[in-house]
Design a binder for this molecule. Structure first.
Ligand SMILES: [Zn+2]
Length: 347
Protein backbone atom coordinates (compact mmCIF):
# COMPACT_ATOMS: atom_id res chain seq x y z
CA UNK A 1 0.00 0.00 0.00
CA UNK A 2 2.89 2.33 0.78
CA UNK A 3 4.36 2.02 -2.74
CA UNK A 4 0.95 2.33 -4.35
CA UNK A 5 0.44 5.67 -2.60
CA UNK A 6 3.76 6.99 -3.81
CA UNK A 7 3.50 5.83 -7.41
CA UNK A 8 -0.18 6.37 -8.12
CA UNK A 9 -1.58 8.83 -5.63
CA UNK A 10 0.87 11.77 -5.22
CA UNK A 11 1.01 10.73 -1.59
CA UNK A 12 4.09 9.99 0.47
CA UNK A 13 3.15 7.16 2.80
CA UNK A 14 5.24 5.57 5.50
CA UNK A 15 4.61 2.30 7.31
CA UNK A 16 4.99 2.50 11.08
CA UNK A 17 5.40 -0.26 13.63
CA UNK A 18 3.96 1.10 16.85
CA UNK A 19 4.32 -1.62 19.43
CA UNK A 20 6.19 -4.84 20.08
CA UNK A 21 3.05 -6.78 20.92
CA UNK A 22 0.31 -7.00 18.29
CA UNK A 23 -2.58 -7.11 20.74
CA UNK A 24 -1.44 -5.87 24.16
CA UNK A 25 -3.73 -6.00 27.19
CA UNK A 26 -5.98 -2.96 27.59
CA UNK A 27 -3.99 -1.89 30.65
CA UNK A 28 -1.09 -0.98 28.33
CA UNK A 29 -3.09 1.23 25.96
CA UNK A 30 -2.59 4.44 27.93
CA UNK A 31 1.15 3.89 27.83
CA UNK A 32 0.99 3.29 24.05
CA UNK A 33 -0.79 6.64 23.70
CA UNK A 34 1.88 8.36 25.80
CA UNK A 35 4.63 6.72 23.74
CA UNK A 36 3.15 7.73 20.38
CA UNK A 37 1.10 10.89 20.97
CA UNK A 38 3.75 13.46 20.12
CA UNK A 39 4.93 11.53 17.05
CA UNK A 40 1.40 11.13 15.70
CA UNK A 41 0.83 14.89 15.93
CA UNK A 42 4.27 15.78 14.58
CA UNK A 43 3.85 13.64 11.49
CA UNK A 44 0.57 15.37 10.65
CA UNK A 45 2.35 18.73 11.00
CA UNK A 46 4.93 17.57 8.43
CA UNK A 47 2.26 17.70 5.71
CA UNK A 48 3.00 21.45 5.64
CA UNK A 49 6.67 21.29 4.58
CA UNK A 50 8.02 21.81 1.04
CA UNK A 51 6.58 23.84 -1.82
CA UNK A 52 2.95 24.52 -2.59
CA UNK A 53 0.90 26.68 -4.90
CA UNK A 54 -1.32 26.81 -7.96
CA UNK A 55 -0.82 26.16 -11.65
CA UNK A 56 -2.94 28.37 -13.90
CA UNK A 57 -3.36 29.49 -17.51
CA UNK A 58 -1.50 32.80 -17.78
CA UNK A 59 -4.08 34.24 -20.19
CA UNK A 60 -7.41 33.19 -18.72
CA UNK A 61 -6.34 32.46 -15.15
CA UNK A 62 -8.02 29.05 -15.39
CA UNK A 63 -6.76 26.46 -12.92
CA UNK A 64 -4.88 23.61 -14.61
CA UNK A 65 -5.66 20.14 -13.30
CA UNK A 66 -3.26 17.23 -13.80
CA UNK A 67 -0.24 19.38 -14.71
CA UNK A 68 3.03 17.57 -13.98
CA UNK A 69 5.42 19.04 -11.44
CA UNK A 70 8.98 17.81 -11.47
CA UNK A 71 11.86 18.65 -9.20
CA UNK A 72 15.31 18.68 -10.82
CA UNK A 73 17.42 15.82 -9.48
CA UNK A 74 14.50 13.90 -7.95
CA UNK A 75 13.03 11.11 -10.03
CA UNK A 76 9.48 11.48 -8.76
CA UNK A 77 6.82 13.77 -10.21
CA UNK A 78 3.50 14.79 -8.79
CA UNK A 79 0.44 16.26 -10.50
CA UNK A 80 -1.88 19.14 -9.67
CA UNK A 81 -5.31 18.57 -8.20
CA UNK A 82 -8.75 19.62 -9.36
CA UNK A 83 -8.15 23.28 -8.51
CA UNK A 84 -4.71 23.43 -10.07
CA UNK A 85 -3.29 23.14 -6.58
CA UNK A 86 -0.24 21.15 -5.62
CA UNK A 87 1.77 20.40 -2.53
CA UNK A 88 5.24 18.91 -2.97
CA UNK A 89 6.83 17.65 0.24
CA UNK A 90 10.53 18.59 0.33
CA UNK A 91 13.13 18.89 3.05
CA UNK A 92 14.97 22.24 3.43
CA UNK A 93 17.18 23.12 0.45
CA UNK A 94 17.17 24.94 -2.89
CA UNK A 95 15.16 23.46 -5.73
CA UNK A 96 14.37 23.98 -9.42
CA UNK A 97 10.78 23.10 -10.32
CA UNK A 98 9.39 22.57 -13.82
CA UNK A 99 5.68 22.43 -14.61
CA UNK A 100 4.42 20.79 -17.80
CA UNK A 101 0.85 20.65 -19.07
CA UNK A 102 -0.40 19.66 -22.55
CA UNK A 103 -1.08 22.76 -24.68
CA UNK A 104 1.22 25.00 -22.62
CA UNK A 105 4.84 26.08 -22.64
CA UNK A 106 6.75 24.33 -19.87
CA UNK A 107 7.74 26.70 -17.10
CA UNK A 108 10.77 26.34 -14.86
CA UNK A 109 11.30 28.31 -11.69
CA UNK A 110 14.82 28.07 -10.31
CA UNK A 111 16.33 28.53 -6.89
CA UNK A 112 13.22 28.04 -4.82
CA UNK A 113 14.32 28.03 -1.22
CA UNK A 114 12.63 25.65 1.19
CA UNK A 115 13.22 26.37 4.86
CA UNK A 116 12.26 24.56 8.03
CA UNK A 117 8.58 25.03 8.77
CA UNK A 118 5.67 25.91 6.50
CA UNK A 119 5.91 25.36 2.75
CA UNK A 120 7.27 27.97 0.37
CA UNK A 121 4.50 29.27 -1.87
CA UNK A 122 5.12 29.39 -5.61
CA UNK A 123 2.48 29.77 -8.30
CA UNK A 124 3.01 28.84 -11.93
CA UNK A 125 1.18 30.70 -14.71
CA UNK A 126 1.66 28.72 -17.91
CA UNK A 127 1.47 30.37 -21.32
CA UNK A 128 -0.74 28.56 -23.83
CA UNK A 129 1.26 27.37 -26.84
CA UNK A 130 -1.33 28.85 -29.23
CA UNK A 131 -0.68 32.30 -27.78
CA UNK A 132 3.06 31.84 -27.79
CA UNK A 133 3.06 31.07 -31.52
CA UNK A 134 1.48 34.49 -32.21
CA UNK A 135 4.16 36.34 -30.31
CA UNK A 136 7.58 36.22 -32.01
CA UNK A 137 10.80 36.02 -30.02
CA UNK A 138 9.26 34.62 -26.88
CA UNK A 139 12.21 33.12 -25.15
CA UNK A 140 12.11 33.79 -21.48
CA UNK A 141 9.97 31.53 -19.38
CA UNK A 142 12.21 31.43 -16.38
CA UNK A 143 11.20 33.33 -13.30
CA UNK A 144 12.67 33.58 -9.86
CA UNK A 145 10.81 32.42 -6.83
CA UNK A 146 9.68 34.65 -4.07
CA UNK A 147 8.64 32.96 -0.91
CA UNK A 148 5.96 34.00 1.49
CA UNK A 149 6.08 32.72 5.01
CA UNK A 150 2.90 31.17 6.29
CA UNK A 151 1.25 32.64 9.30
CA UNK A 152 2.06 30.22 12.01
CA UNK A 153 0.77 30.13 15.53
CA UNK A 154 3.88 30.10 17.70
CA UNK A 155 4.35 26.88 19.58
CA UNK A 156 5.89 26.11 22.90
CA UNK A 157 5.37 29.63 24.19
CA UNK A 158 5.49 30.28 27.88
CA UNK A 159 1.84 29.41 28.58
CA UNK A 160 1.21 26.76 31.15
CA UNK A 161 -1.56 25.25 29.04
CA UNK A 162 -1.89 21.47 29.31
CA UNK A 163 -3.93 19.73 26.62
CA UNK A 164 -6.74 17.42 27.69
CA UNK A 165 -5.72 13.77 27.39
CA UNK A 166 -8.09 11.03 26.21
CA UNK A 167 -9.95 9.14 28.89
CA UNK A 168 -11.17 6.18 26.93
CA UNK A 169 -8.50 3.45 27.02
CA UNK A 170 -9.93 0.06 26.19
CA UNK A 171 -10.19 -2.26 23.20
CA UNK A 172 -13.06 -1.30 20.91
CA UNK A 173 -14.81 -4.11 19.10
CA UNK A 174 -16.73 -2.99 16.03
CA UNK A 175 -20.03 -1.99 17.69
CA UNK A 176 -18.12 -0.08 20.35
CA UNK A 177 -15.94 1.65 17.76
CA UNK A 178 -19.00 2.61 15.78
CA UNK A 179 -20.61 4.18 18.86
CA UNK A 180 -17.38 6.01 19.66
CA UNK A 181 -17.14 7.46 16.13
CA UNK A 182 -20.79 8.48 15.97
CA UNK A 183 -20.59 10.05 19.39
CA UNK A 184 -17.65 12.28 18.43
CA UNK A 185 -19.22 13.14 15.07
CA UNK A 186 -22.37 14.21 16.94
CA UNK A 187 -20.62 16.11 19.69
CA UNK A 188 -18.19 17.98 17.44
CA UNK A 189 -20.12 18.61 14.20
CA UNK A 190 -18.15 21.78 13.40
CA UNK A 191 -14.83 19.99 13.02
CA UNK A 192 -15.76 16.39 12.20
CA UNK A 193 -17.34 14.40 9.41
CA UNK A 194 -17.81 10.65 9.72
CA UNK A 195 -17.93 8.87 6.37
CA UNK A 196 -17.53 5.33 5.07
CA UNK A 197 -15.41 4.07 2.19
CA UNK A 198 -17.70 1.09 1.67
CA UNK A 199 -17.94 -2.28 3.35
CA UNK A 200 -15.64 -5.10 4.35
CA UNK A 201 -16.18 -8.67 3.12
CA UNK A 202 -18.46 -9.26 6.13
CA UNK A 203 -20.31 -5.97 5.51
CA UNK A 204 -18.76 -3.86 8.24
CA UNK A 205 -18.51 -0.17 7.36
CA UNK A 206 -15.00 1.07 6.57
CA UNK A 207 -15.22 4.25 8.62
CA UNK A 208 -13.13 7.36 8.25
CA UNK A 209 -13.31 10.37 10.56
CA UNK A 210 -12.38 13.64 8.93
CA UNK A 211 -11.19 16.36 11.29
CA UNK A 212 -10.87 19.86 9.86
CA UNK A 213 -12.24 23.35 10.48
CA UNK A 214 -14.35 22.99 7.35
CA UNK A 215 -15.19 19.30 7.19
CA UNK A 216 -16.26 18.00 3.79
CA UNK A 217 -14.47 20.72 1.85
CA UNK A 218 -11.11 20.56 0.08
CA UNK A 219 -9.63 23.99 0.61
CA UNK A 220 -6.87 24.24 -1.96
CA UNK A 221 -3.82 26.37 -2.27
CA UNK A 222 -1.90 29.06 -0.60
CA UNK A 223 -1.89 30.56 2.83
CA UNK A 224 -5.46 29.62 3.61
CA UNK A 225 -5.25 26.22 1.95
CA UNK A 226 -5.27 22.84 3.60
CA UNK A 227 -3.14 19.89 2.56
CA UNK A 228 -4.79 16.51 3.13
CA UNK A 229 -3.36 13.93 5.51
CA UNK A 230 -4.42 10.38 6.34
CA UNK A 231 -3.71 7.70 8.90
CA UNK A 232 -4.78 4.10 8.33
CA UNK A 233 -4.82 1.71 11.27
CA UNK A 234 -5.46 -1.99 11.80
CA UNK A 235 -4.90 -3.12 8.19
CA UNK A 236 -3.65 -6.31 9.77
CA UNK A 237 -6.64 -7.13 11.94
CA UNK A 238 -4.59 -8.59 14.80
CA UNK A 239 -2.38 -5.46 15.07
CA UNK A 240 -4.68 -3.37 17.17
CA UNK A 241 -2.64 -0.55 18.72
CA UNK A 242 -3.03 1.73 15.69
CA UNK A 243 -6.80 1.33 15.83
CA UNK A 244 -6.97 2.41 19.46
CA UNK A 245 -4.44 5.22 19.00
CA UNK A 246 -6.48 6.71 16.17
CA UNK A 247 -9.56 6.69 18.40
CA UNK A 248 -7.44 8.39 21.09
CA UNK A 249 -6.27 10.90 18.50
CA UNK A 250 -9.86 11.69 17.48
CA UNK A 251 -10.71 12.33 21.13
CA UNK A 252 -7.57 14.42 21.62
CA UNK A 253 -8.11 16.62 18.55
CA UNK A 254 -11.81 17.15 19.28
CA UNK A 255 -11.41 17.96 22.96
CA UNK A 256 -8.46 20.32 22.51
CA UNK A 257 -9.65 22.24 19.45
CA UNK A 258 -10.18 25.88 20.38
CA UNK A 259 -8.18 25.70 23.61
CA UNK A 260 -4.82 24.12 22.80
CA UNK A 261 -2.84 26.26 20.29
CA UNK A 262 -1.06 23.30 18.66
CA UNK A 263 -4.24 21.32 18.07
CA UNK A 264 -6.22 24.38 16.98
CA UNK A 265 -3.57 25.42 14.47
CA UNK A 266 -3.27 21.88 13.12
CA UNK A 267 -7.01 21.37 12.66
CA UNK A 268 -7.45 24.81 11.07
CA UNK A 269 -4.60 24.35 8.62
CA UNK A 270 -4.97 20.67 7.71
CA UNK A 271 -7.60 18.27 6.47
CA UNK A 272 -7.01 15.16 8.58
CA UNK A 273 -8.58 11.80 7.67
CA UNK A 274 -8.37 9.02 10.25
CA UNK A 275 -9.30 5.43 9.37
CA UNK A 276 -9.09 3.43 12.61
CA UNK A 277 -9.64 0.05 10.95
CA UNK A 278 -9.01 -1.04 7.39
CA UNK A 279 -9.65 -4.65 8.37
CA UNK A 280 -12.57 -4.73 10.83
CA UNK A 281 -13.35 -8.39 10.02
CA UNK A 282 -9.84 -9.56 10.89
CA UNK A 283 -9.99 -7.60 14.14
CA UNK A 284 -13.06 -9.51 15.31
CA UNK A 285 -11.21 -12.83 14.83
CA UNK A 286 -8.02 -11.72 16.57
CA UNK A 287 -7.28 -12.54 20.21
CA UNK A 288 -6.28 -10.25 23.06
CA UNK A 289 -2.77 -11.09 24.21
CA UNK A 290 -1.74 -12.26 20.74
CA UNK A 291 1.86 -11.53 19.94
CA UNK A 292 2.33 -13.58 16.81
CA UNK A 293 -0.32 -16.19 16.05
CA UNK A 294 -1.34 -14.48 12.83
CA UNK A 295 -5.04 -15.11 13.50
CA UNK A 296 -6.97 -12.13 12.18
CA UNK A 297 -4.05 -10.69 10.22
CA UNK A 298 -5.76 -11.22 6.85
CA UNK A 299 -9.21 -10.16 5.75
CA UNK A 300 -12.18 -12.55 5.72
CA UNK A 301 -11.21 -13.99 2.35
CA UNK A 302 -7.78 -14.74 3.87
CA UNK A 303 -5.79 -12.18 1.88
CA UNK A 304 -3.09 -9.95 3.34
CA UNK A 305 -4.37 -6.48 2.42
CA UNK A 306 -0.85 -5.05 2.43
CA UNK A 307 0.06 -7.42 -0.43
CA UNK A 308 -3.14 -6.78 -2.34
CA UNK A 309 -2.40 -3.45 -4.07
CA UNK A 310 -1.17 -3.34 -7.67
CA UNK A 311 2.62 -3.43 -7.70
CA UNK A 312 4.92 -1.69 -10.17
CA UNK A 313 7.31 -4.64 -10.44
CA UNK A 314 5.36 -7.81 -9.66
CA UNK A 315 2.05 -8.93 -11.12
CA UNK A 316 -0.45 -9.35 -8.26
CA UNK A 317 -2.72 -12.24 -9.22
CA UNK A 318 -4.82 -12.39 -6.06
CA UNK A 319 -8.30 -10.92 -6.53
CA UNK A 320 -8.44 -7.33 -5.34
CA UNK A 321 -10.35 -7.30 -2.06
CA UNK A 322 -13.27 -4.99 -1.19
CA UNK A 323 -11.17 -3.29 1.50
CA UNK A 324 -8.35 -2.67 -1.00
CA UNK A 325 -10.73 -1.39 -3.68
CA UNK A 326 -12.30 0.97 -1.15
CA UNK A 327 -8.94 2.42 -0.15
CA UNK A 328 -7.76 2.74 -3.77
CA UNK A 329 -10.86 4.68 -4.71
CA UNK A 330 -10.45 6.81 -1.57
CA UNK A 331 -6.99 7.79 -2.79
CA UNK A 332 -8.45 8.83 -6.14
CA UNK A 333 -11.08 11.01 -4.47
CA UNK A 334 -8.82 13.02 -2.17
CA UNK A 335 -5.50 14.73 -2.98
CA UNK A 336 -3.58 13.22 -0.07
CA UNK A 337 -0.09 14.59 0.42
CA UNK A 338 1.19 12.58 3.37
CA UNK A 339 0.05 9.38 5.03
CA UNK A 340 1.03 6.67 7.47
CA UNK A 341 -0.05 3.06 7.79
CA UNK A 342 0.01 1.93 11.41
CA UNK A 343 1.13 -1.62 12.17
CA UNK A 344 2.32 -3.33 15.32
CA UNK A 345 4.32 -6.31 16.48
CA UNK A 346 6.94 -5.68 13.80
CA UNK A 347 5.05 -7.22 10.88
ZN1 LIG B 1 1.18 -5.38 9.99
Amino acid sequence: MQDYNYIWANCFEITLELSCCKYPPASQLRQEWENNRESLITLIEKVHIGIKGFVTDSVTGAELENATISVAGINHNITTGRFGDFHRLLVPGTYNLTVVSPGYMPLTINDIIVKEGPATEVDFALRPTAVVSLIPDTTETIATASSVALLNVPRGTSSSHEPIQPKDFHHHHFPDMEIFLRRFANEYPNITRLYSLGKSVESRELYVMEISDNPGVHEPGNWYGEPEFKYIGNMHGNEVVGRELLLNLIEYLCKNFGTDPEVTDLVRSTRIHLMPSMNPDGYEKSQEGDSGSGIGRNNSNNFDLNRNFPDQFVQITDPTQPETIAVMSWMKSYPFVLSANLHGGCE
